[in-house]
Design a protein. Structure first.
Length: 254
């Protein structure tokens, strides 16, 4: 389970010193993990036979703190998702479906602080089927939301999606979306590299969630726009036009 594998006792004892040198004075991944565990505990719901905990977690960080982990947010999110599963099993909590952790920048948060929000949601039928075909899941339970609580409509399963680059240095080109996590930016380390001076080094991130892609702005200087609206995050539909700096792209599902 990666950096959080084999946790039997205190999480702090296992990872306290792991990031001390690299993350001195900044938010450390171990602190994020502790916040997630606390949010899970505080948000549990007791039914007749089970104790349910949220499966979706949003971690809000100041931009400077997000920058310190931006190069490995995908890997860290997966580690934290595994950690949530481990802690839920350890405490005999029930998850409605596989955990999801995502990061969002918030300039209203002071540097060094972390805010975590959680919610209950269920996987759409397509994702549940895939999970059953590929992973042995024992004692899977369904969470029934409180009357009146709204759940987001599941996005259609994407079989093939592309970004068509309409303007900018790579205009006329296209990029196949083949990964669950795709970072877009000017840096050579990005999955989709756009050599546009108006684009930040790590500008935006595409994540495949419940069968559809959601785009997240990564605290970019000039912002990320979808269909003319500046966004922090937005689930995309075929035909949406993305503007990153002076580069315009059209998102299409085939």
């Amino acid at each position: 389970m990666g950096m959080f594998s084999g946790l039997e006792g205190s999480l702090e004892k296992y990872v306290e010193g792991l990031f001390r040198d690299d993350f001195s004075g900044q938010v450390q991944p171990v602190e994020i993990a502790k916040k997630l565990a606390r949010e899970m505990r505080d948000s549990k719901r007791v039914s007749i036979n089970n104790i349910y905990v949220p499966n979706e977690y949003t971690v809000f960080l100041h931009h400077s703190d997000w920058e310190s982990i931006s190069s490995f947010t995908g890997a860290l999110a997966r580690e934290l998702q595994d950690y949530i599963s481990h802690k839920a099993a350890e405490k005999k909590y029930s998850l409605a479906c596989r955990p999801l952790v995502k990061f969002v920048t918030d300039e209203n948060i002071s540097p060094g602080s972390i805010r975590v929000e959680s919610m209950f949601s269920e996987a759409p039928p397509e994702e549940e089927k895939i999970a059953l075909e590929h992973e042995p899941i024992e004692h899977t339970q369904r969470f029934t939301p409180v009357k009146g609580a709204a759940l987001p409509a599941p996005a259609p399963l994407l079989y093939k999606a592309k970004l068509f680059i309409d303007t900018g240095p790579r205009h006329g080109g296209s990029f196949d979306l083949k990964k669950d996590l795709i970072v877009i930016g000017r840096s050579e380390d990005c999955d989709l590299v756009l050599k546009d001076d108006s684009i930040s080094r790590n500008h935006a991130r595409l994540e495949l969630q419940r069968g559809g892609y959601t785009i997240y702005d990564l605290g970019s200087t000039n912002g990320t726009w979808v269909n003319g609206d500046k966004i922090t995050s937005k689930t995309l539909t075929s035909g949406d036009v993305l503007m990153l700096g002076s580069t315009s792209c059209t998102f299409k599902v085939e």
